[in-house]
Design a protein. Structure first.
Length: 523
């Protein structure tokens, strides 16, 4: 919680703002109070978004839909100013720390507390989905731990960010470590996407780490799509639930009703708790300490209004000075009640978060670079997957071996010419030399074509050309037929041996091209 700066507004509708809670991609979040003194979290849209007419229309539709969300595990919408400049939204203020703050400050939750969290978040998502909304950014920072249970904040509002100029600047709704595979690949996110994010949140709560690790956005998204999660530290019974949520195929994830039944069956029996006593004792104590600290912070905040109090009446509202223009957003410290959406920037031309990793991108999802060093030739800040990298180097090795094979073939042609002349000294030398020259030309042209083909396929594969695998596989089939014909006829052993070596290199390259990681990269 931070004091208001000179550029922060002092009012939003009837609410008087007292402190800044945080900032995100959609706007800034403030602690506000109604005329009666009720605390709310007020999200004020960034001015640059407020100037986008399409964004404002979508924002208005989402706010109207979000008002219908009910449930004891969500922060409900209490007011909005859709026609104000900039527009704003007020939700119920939840007095409690975020899951991210609790785990960062006190370590992973105990297993009983994680089961309680799982049950509460499942009910919260049921309430959200029942209204036709999809959260799409469920993460530890968007889960608040109140004394009487968890709360999900910022539900559905992130959908208003789609289809506006915001996406044209390369910003994407979602947090890499908690996005579903379909989100990472640019596909529409439906209800199963929230189930996947829920599994990530539960794994984080149980272990203190995201199940797909840390690192750059590209490397995390690569693991989300292609790698299994790290659940080794998740308790055994809880691991079964989390594993079901983290299925790569959305159709294989349980629905929320089935998930609630799984939690009820696999988890410990729900303890008999009194109102306001939802959590096990250790978590409840952390929440009480956080609430006391937040109350002290509010008390220390200066009262910005001229009237000397944070409350105001409806009659006083018109007389107050208009809110000043907000400055461009700046990074904020960890927040108790984060803003919605939390987009993260990418220098791509559209909402596809990985477009920058494929040269010549033309509107279809690209695959993220392999985690590791940057600057691979022809790449823009990424690294291709291991199997694809292996295929590229095998193709280059094939070009080198083809060069050696061409030199050996030229030497063999020369030996044949010498041996022939030795056995037939009276044959016209000019005719023999002409035939030998033609043989040399055939060897050189054939070797040049083979070398060029290897290097061409290596370059196309490295750059993610979808057709490279098909063309390479077809040529490998042709080479296989040629090798079989060569082996079936009498001939020089060196020629056959080099043919087998080249064929084995081609076989290894084709196998690498058809690995799952290579398929994702080419897709």
């Amino acid at each position: 919680m931070e004091p208001l700066s000179a550029n922060d507004p002092r009012t939003a509708g009837e609410f008087q703002l007292r402190a800044r809670l945080g900032a995100g991609g959609m706007g800034r979040v403030y602690l506000g109070f109604s005329p009666a003194g009720r605390a709310v979290a007020v999200k004020v849209v960034h001015p640059e978004l407020a100037r986008d007419g399409e964004f404002r229309r979508r924002f208005a539709r989402e706010v109207a839909t979000a008002r219908a969300v009910s449930g004891i595990y969500t922060a409900s919408v209490v007011a909005s100013g859709l026609d104000d400049d900039p527009p704003w939204l007020a939700t119920a203020y939840v007095p409690g720390p975020s899951l991210a703050e609790v785990v960062a400050g006190h370590g992973p939750l105990t297993e009983p507390a994680v089961w309680r969290l799982a049950a509460g978040l499942t009910e919260a998502l049921q309430a959200v989905h029942a209204c036709g909304l999809v959260h799409r950014d469920l993460k530890p920072a968007n889960v608040l731990l109140a004394a009487d249970g968890p709360r999900v904040i910022d539900f559905g509002i992130s959908r208003a960010l789609d289809g506006t100029s915001l996406t044209a600047t390369g910003m994407v709704v979602g947090t890499p470590g908690y996005m579903s595979p379909e989100q990472a690949e640019g596909a529409p996110a439906a209800a199963p996407s929230d189930v996947f994010s829920l599994g990530c949140v539960l794994a984080y709560a149980a272990t203190g780490n995201a199940p797909f690790g840390d690192g750059s956005a590209a490397s995390v998204l690569y693991r989300v799509v292609m790698r299994p999660p790290d659940l080794t530290r998740v308790p055994a019974r809880l691991r079964e639930v989390v594993t079901a949520c983290l299925a790569k195929n959305p159709a294989e994830r349980p629905g929320l009703t089935s998930l609630a039944a799984m939690i009820s069956h696999a988890g410990p029996a729900a303890p008999a708790v009194s109102p306001g006593s939802y959590w096990p004792a250790p978590v409840a104590e952390v929440i009480r300490a956080s609430q006391a600290g937040a109350q002290a912070d509010v008390t220390r905040q200066p009262v910005p209004a001229a009237e000397g109090t944070h409350t105001m009446t409806a009659k006083q509202a018109p007389a107050m000075a208009p809110a000043p223009t907000m400055a461009p957003p700046r990074p904020a410290a960890p927040q108790t009640q984060p803003s919605s959406g939390m987009p993260w920037p990418q220098p791509s031309p559209a909402s596809d978060v990985m477009a920058q990793y494929r040269p010549g991108y033309q509107g279809r999802p690209a695959y993220p670079g392999y985690p590791g060093r940057s600057g691979y030739p022809g790449r823009a800040g990424g690294w291709i997957p291991g199997p694809m990298r292996t295929a590229v180097w095998l193709m280059r090795a094939g070009a080198a071996v083809s060069l050696v094979n061409m030199i050996i073939d030229l030497a063999i042609v020369g030996q044949i010419k010498t041996a022939y002349l030795a056995r037939h000294p009276f044959v016209a030398t000019k005719a023999v030399q002409s035939a030998a020259g033609l043989g040399d030309l055939v060897v050189i042209v054939g070797g040049a074509v083979s070398i060029t083909l290897w290097l061409w396929l290596a370059s196309a594969s490295r750059r993610g050309r979808r057709w490279a695998r098909t063309v390479g596989t077809v040529f490998f089939g042709v080479d296989t037929l040629g090798l079989l014909i060569t082996l079936s006829r009498p001939g020089i052993g060196a020629v056959k041996g080099m043919g087998v070596v080249i064929w084995l290199i081609g076989l290894a390259a084709v196998i690498a091209l058809w690995q799952r990681e290579s398929s994702g990269y080419l897709r």
